[in-house]
Design a protein around this ligand. Sequence first.
Ligand SMILES: [Zn+2]
Length: 270
Amino acid sequence: MFPTIVTAIRIRKRHLVALVVLVFLAFFLARLLEDKSNRQFVAAMAPAVANRVIVVDPGHGGIDPGVVGKNGVLEKDITLAVGQRLAANLGQAGAMVLMTRETDTDLSDSATLGAAAKKGEDLKRRMALANDNQADLYVSVHVNSFPSSKRHGAQTFVQPGMENSMKASQYIQDELAKLLRNTTRQPVEVDYYVTRNTVMPAVVVEIGFISNDAEAKLLEDPAYQGKVAWAIYAGVVKYFAGQGPLTKAEPSREEIIKTFKENSTKGLKP
Ligand SMILES: [Zn+2]
């Protein structure tokens, strides 16, 4: 009797292992299919961002590193990498993308002295770039930090009472949750300089916590940065798809597009 029982247990163990492997495979396959169908869905809606003026604002830069991770990683480097990927995605879809910075720099004059004065000038110029060009959306990319290293997850922030900003941030938040699968956070209303002073819908995306070791490592990973950028892009596409088609007859818009195209061909920053 004894050997038969041992054999039966062994067989059951083998079956159990095979079952666990199958469940895992099915789980990952389902995720892959879900991501693929969302990508196809977003690709079909991508024309909604064509000719939209979208400001991509990689937070901080130059003398301002933003928050700093334990291993010395700087927020300004992560935001620039993600911002560049986001701008590329939007540009490929036909959006007119204005980046507040494309290198490790701030927008203040070199003659301006003092960190506070430089920061004030830097932020004012970021706002002016968006407001003067009558942008349709402002997306500011940042990295969060918190005293407790347990806190993690990407989260969007908007000015209270701004309906379209809230819509855009909800779309972006949903895509971040869907694609990264590591946050259940929801958009939060705040009174930030950036959200208060932009005259168009504006969203600040804190893409994760540098104070969480695991998340800090992910935020440095180019593959993860690409995923974050794509999730933000997908949210922006869905937001504009929900806004309906552009009114091309609007004279000011035609003027913006003309100026943008002229400056683009001259290689100038619009
Ligand atoms: Zn920041």
